[in-house]
Design a protein around this ligand. Structure first.
Ligand SMILES: NC(=O)c1ccc[n+]([C@@H]2O[C@H](COP(=O)([O-])OP(=O)(O)OC[C@H]3O[C@@H](n4cnc5c(N)ncnc54)[C@H](OP(=O)(O)O)[C@@H]3O)[C@@H](O)[C@H]2O)c1
Length: 346
């Protein structure tokens, strides 16, 4: 695994692929409230193989559970707790841990968002769950229009000064609000936002319009989520013989109805069959081609792009690791540009 600078706005180096924890390896059994139980043994293996292979950039969030979405208040914090338990076996200094704040963590009026009160509460809770004394990157998980931006940036700056977080990230913030944050940081000489986190894959390229130009102008890195379109780009939801959609047992689509609602269209079926054929012609699996595409797109946009992939079994991780150094040429990217115009996610 190679390492690269996260962005030109900071000196942090990260692995070229990041491991996400929104969804984790699952057992077929569910708990009393209907959430899949997490396969801790498989997760332990995944973390070992990832870290042994240099994939040391790990992404989580205070709300993640690992086998449920949306996550109810009984289950929030589970992914951080599992990481805290399992990462104890590793050298903290070798790891780059990112977590997020803003999602609802309790029933009260101050139990979500980016107010100073909420953020100061949640950084303590995240560190306790993770059993760590700092996180490397702390993201605003989403926009909070009810907290002044200066309050947010001053709070995050304070966390850096206190040594509780090393760097600041922003996720899912609309481009105009992001520009306002960047302006305030400069005006008030606050700690910078160094990395952005948004959805980006061959079927969902919306950030090319507004977020990528902002990242480029301000030298920000991009950690991109759902690089496999939540598994759709692996081809797992297609029965190639009958050219029909299908939902395999235990897959994410069994408990996230939005996957079939948003992706399972005739246009996307046609796109995916051609896409899978192209991957085969390149000697890659569809998952590897998708990850390689995001990594290779940094040549075009001239900003660091790091895909964050979730895996529900060890073989998924092994497939992803093999994609880290795949080179796509300009003709490949052009062909995929044309092909992706056929995909329409609802
Ligand atoms: N900032 C945000 O708001 C935000 C939002 C979403 C995600 N994220 C972060 O980004 C990470 C990645 O997002 P994502 O989970 O949507 O990513 P993704 O990589 O697009 O989808 C991962 C899913 O694809 C399936 N998969 C992976 N490799 C496979 C393979 N080789 N063959 C077949 N299926 C495979 C697995 O699904 P099955 O479980 O069905 O097997 C896996 O859970 C998350 O874990 C999280 O850390 C952040």
């Amino acid at each position: 695994m190679r390492f690269k600078r996260l962005s030109s706005a900071c000196g942090l180096k990260v692995s070229t692929i990041s491991l996400g924890t929104w969804h984790l390896p699952r057992l077929p059994e569910r708990d009393d409230w209907g959430a899949y139980k997490i396969d801790k043994e498989e997760l332990k293996k995944v973390l070992k193989v990832a870290i042994d292979n240099g994939l040391t950039f790990i992404d989580t969030a205070n709300r993640y559970h690992g086998g449920m979405s949306p996550v109810d208040l009984r289950h929030v914090g589970n992914a951080e707790r599992l990481l805290g338990e399992l990462l104890k076996a590793y050298d903290r200094q070798e790891l780059v841990i990112a977590t997020k704040v803003a999602g609802r963590m309790g029933p009260g009026p101050n139990d979500e968002g980016l107010s100073r009160k909420h953020v100061m509460w949640q950084i303590g809770e995240s560190l306790r769950r993770l059993r760590m004394d700092y996180v490397d990157i702390y993201y605003m998980h989403r926009h909070d229009p009810e907290t002044p931006k200066l309050e947010i940036m001053r709070t995050f700056t304070y966390l850096v000064q206190q040594g509780l977080i090393r760097y600041i990230g922003a996720s899912n913030i609309p481009a105009l609000d992001l520009m306002e944050f960047l302006y305030l940081i400069k005006e008030y000489r606050l700690e910078p936002i160094v990395v952005l986190q948004y959805k980006y894959n061959l079927m969902e390229r919306g950030i090319e319009r507004d977020i990528i130009p902002v990242a480029k102008r301000h030298g920000l890195g991009l950690a991109v989520y759902s690089p496999l379109a939540q598994g759709v780009l692996t081809g797992k939801y297609i029965d190639v013989k009958s050219r029909k959609w299908r939902i395999p047992e235990l897959s994410r689509a069994t408990y996230m109805k939005s996957i079939s609602r948003r992706y399972f269209t005739d246009e996307n079926l046609g796109f995916l069959l051609d896409y899978m054929e192209f991957a085969r012609s390149k000697g890659l699996t569809p998952a590897q081609l998708s990850l390689a595409w995001t990594i290779n797109m940094e040549r075009r946009w001239k900003v660091p792009i790091i895909p964050i992939v979730s895996v529900s079994r060890l073989s998924h991780l092994e497939e992803a690791l093999a994609a880290a150094d795949v080179q796509l040429n300009d003709d490949d990217l052009k062909y995929l540009d044309e092909l992706s115009t056929k995909a329409k996610v609802l």
